[in-house]
Design a protein around this ligand. Structure first.
Ligand code: IVH
Length: 702
């Protein structure tokens, strides 16, 4: 049996059936991961060319071993399922993808195939009349706009092709998208590409950088990230544009050809790409492709190839679709632009979450008209797979992306003394151990609380609402206090009251604001165990996991000692930890990794000396009055925070729900309880005041 890297480097013809099955399994998982990174996170991990190569290898193996095709094969689906934040929209007509031609020969073959089909299915003369529309392939993200009776009623992303995300509110902010149509067709779905111009992308990145916000790798990611904002006001502030080029459901025939359809869209007020050209021969198609490949760098927006479409719509219908793509269209991608240069050094950057990212420092070189001196190396595995060493001559490429990538090493030019690159197992920022995370290619610094690269982000998390909830200590203050050495680790927050005079004297601070902050800090010296655990910011330990841990271990001392023992995978403590529902080996590894790091233990000691951590609420031994009852809290409570009240109710065995229905047993109405309390009264449910609730649950004063 071959090892995974051996399998990957073997040509498809050389794979045994068993190896092919393993390779298909690996490819399905890998491609799914890249789909998520691209579609959901708008942060691709590899270049389009590398992605295409994976996809193609998958297809070739399936071609050779059709019986091995998996139900989750990437060739059966388009893109990734929608991310959960937006409502889902099922497309009336699926949004499909295009097959790619990677060479002129493949384009010639596409045309020949269409001609053969038409000669057989239509007539021998059809062949002579074949016209093909050529259009730039816009490097953005496709969306579908649904108009009913001339009004824009919904807009959605492609998602997995069947179901996308409802981004109507965000699409409404794009000026290129008409909100009403002159022709009140019953239904028309117009599809096209949302994109950002290169100039707008660069200006956006400059603004983002100035604000310390996320910088986008390329205009496509910037467009995707901007469209998928939960707040449409953010999208409105981003300069997005739209080219229309296709349709989904239509209630009446609009045109007989694609060219006429595009003209109709133009009349309707859409922006249609003016660089399209109708071609009558394969020579004209190739000529257009070559001309555009030359011109692409002068365009205001990025294009990554040419899309060719059979012009007659009745012929498109005849040609139809094969699995995920139409037989009447093809995308001919441009080759990525490459150059060769010397890699001077590999530098390790540490991100906010502690991920170590290797960056290639290059001898500056021009690629596609831009000077490049750095390139991303992605991660440790990538360096090993490509055997990239300091001093190597490397091929780099800008594949439509602004951040160039190292494609390969020129082996003949390697200096004889260059040793393989040893990826550090300590963090270059703080010296803590850097660990590989199970199932991830990333190596992460475990110095969480003390690593300067991560510290500011972690401190922000520490004071956030669901953690220590310290009001008045905003992001800006944390960054400034950090920069001046006032704050290094969480425990330092509780030393701030002793330094109130220093703070009062700072720019932007006065007596009142300093005192308010001190009061907010003092108010949090006592904290529930689950909040404390959540506040530590251990990777994968969110509120729900923190709650489970708090309930299971009850006291900080017990939890801590168990987690330190659980570092030994054969221990009872480890077995107990992964026996907790929803805690598997990956989460356990993050928790024990946190405790294995001496810096974290020291930071925890310091913190434990500054605050009092309350033991977790113990579940009642006998059934409480509210056990099994479904309860709704509404309005403002006086003695408890809403979330605490809910947690307490859950601890007593009640089922907390958010909306009132006839099945609700109890509604607890605080001050200014609005529609929920009214509805409860109408339904004749029991509505309790906060005081009555406290008495019922035995927490009241009486
Ligand atoms: S036509 C059924 N035309 O390329 C075919 N697509 O790889 C519908 N794209 O999902 C697509 N420019 O996001 C078409 N002029 C163009 C395009 C274009 C960019 C994108 C689109 C599509 C992807 C396919």
């Amino acid at each position: 049996m071959l090892t995974a890297p051996e399998r990957r480097s073997r040509p498809v013809e050389g794979l045994s059936e068993a190896d092919a099955a393993l390779e298909l399994e690996a490819l399905a998982a890998e491609i799914a991961r890249h789909d998520r990174a691209y579609y959901q996170d708008a942060a691709p991990l590899i270049s389009d060319a590398e992605y295409d190569a994976l996809f193609r290898r998958n297809a070739l193996i399936e071609q050779r071993f059709p019986a091995l095709m998996r139900s989750d094969s990437p060739s059966r689906r388009v893109g990734a399922p929608p991310a959960p934040a937006f409502a889902k929209v099922r497309h009336a007509q699926p949004m499909l993808s295009l097959n790619n031609a990677f060479s002129e020969a493949e384009l010639v073959e596409f045309v020949a195939g269409v001609r053969r089909f038409l000669a057989k299915e239509v007539s021998a003369e059809a062949d002579d009349a074949l016209e093909i529309m050529a259009e730039p392939k816009i490097d953005g993200l496709s969306v579908s706009l649904r108009y009913e009776h001339g009004r824009l009623v919904r807009g959605a992303t492609r998602g997995d092709g069947t179901t996308g995300e409802d981004v109507s509110a965000n699409l409404q902010t794009i000026a290129d998208i008409p909100k009403t149509l002159p022709d009140a067709l019953e239904v028309i779905e117009v599809r096209g590409e949302v994109y950002m111009t290169i100039a707008d992308f660069e200006a956006l990145n400059a603004r983002q950088q100035a604000q310390g916000a996320k910088v986008f790798a390329n205009p496509r990611n910037a467009a995707a990230g901007s469209l998928r904002q939960l707040d449409p006001a953010v999208t409105a502030a981003r300069p997005l544009r739209f080219f229309a080029y296709a349709w989904g459901e239509v209630s009446a025939e609009i045109a007989a050809t694609h060219a006429a359809f595009l003209e109709a869209l133009d009349r309707f007020g859409f922006v249609v790409n003016p660089l399209r050209r109708l071609c009558r021969s394969v020579e004209e198609m190739l000529d257009y492709y070559r001309t555009m490949a030359e011109r692409r760098r002068q365009l205001a927006y990025e294009i990554d190839g040419i899309v060719f479409k059979v012009n007659r719509l009745d012929w498109q219908d005849l040609l139809g679709f094969v699995s995920r793509a139409p037989r009447w269209a093809i995308a001919h991608k441009f080759p990525a632009e490459r150059a060769t240069t010397v890699l001077r050094a590999i530098r390790i950057q540490v991100g906010r979450t502690g991920v170590l990212t290797p960056v290639a420092e290059l001898e500056p070189v021009a690629v596609a008209g831009v000077m490049v001196s750095r390139a991303t190396l992605h991660n440790e595995d990538e360096i090993r797979r490509k055997d990239i060493r300091e001093g190597d001559t490397v091929v780099i490429q800008r594949a439509g992306d602004v951040i160039p990538q190292v494609v390969a090493v020129v082996a003949e030019k390697r200096p004889p003394s260059a040793p393989p690159f040893a990826f550090p197992d300590t963090c270059p920022e703080c010296g803590s151990r850097a660990e590989r995370v199970a199932d991830e290619a990333a190596r992460r610094c475990t110095g969480g609380l003390i690593c300067p690269a991560q510290a500011v982000e972690r401190l922000k998390h520490f004071v956030s609402r669901d953690a220590f909830d310290i009001e008045g200590l905003g992001d800006k203050h944390i960054a400034a206090f950090w920069a001046d050495g006032l704050l290094r680790q969480p425990a330092d927050i509780f030393a701030l009251p002793a330094r109130i005079d220093e703070i009062r004297a700072r720019d932007g601070w006065g007596d009142r604001s300093a005192e308010r902050l001190m009061a907010a800090i003092e108010a949090r010296r006592v904290i529930a165990l689950e909040r404390f655990i959540f506040a530590l910011g251990i990777p994968q330990v969110g509120q729900a996991t923190a709650k489970l841990l708090a309930r299971r271990y009850r006291t900080l001392a017990a939890w801590r000692s168990a987690m330190e023992q659980a570092g030994e995978p054969t221990s009872q403590a480890y077995a107990d930890l992964i026996a907790i529902e929803q805690i598997g080996p990956a989460v356990a590894a993050d928790i024990t990794g946190f405790f294995a790091e001496p810096h974290n233990r020291e930071a925890l000691d310091a913190l434990a000396g500054a605050v009092t951590v309350e033991d977790a609420v113990v579940l009642p031994a006998r059934p409480s009055a509210v056990a099994g009852k479904s309860v709704v809290f509404t309005g403002t409570l006086q003695t408890l925070k809403r979330k605490e009240a809910e947690a307490q109710a859950e601890a007593l065995g009640a089922i907390v729900v958010q909306s009132v229905s006839k099945k609700t047993d109890l509604v607890i109405a605080g001050e200014n309880a609005g529609s929920k309390a009214e509805k409860a009264k109408k339904l004749g449910l029991t509505v309790l005041s906060e005081e009555e609730w406290l008495q019922l649950t035995g927490a009241g004063a009486s």
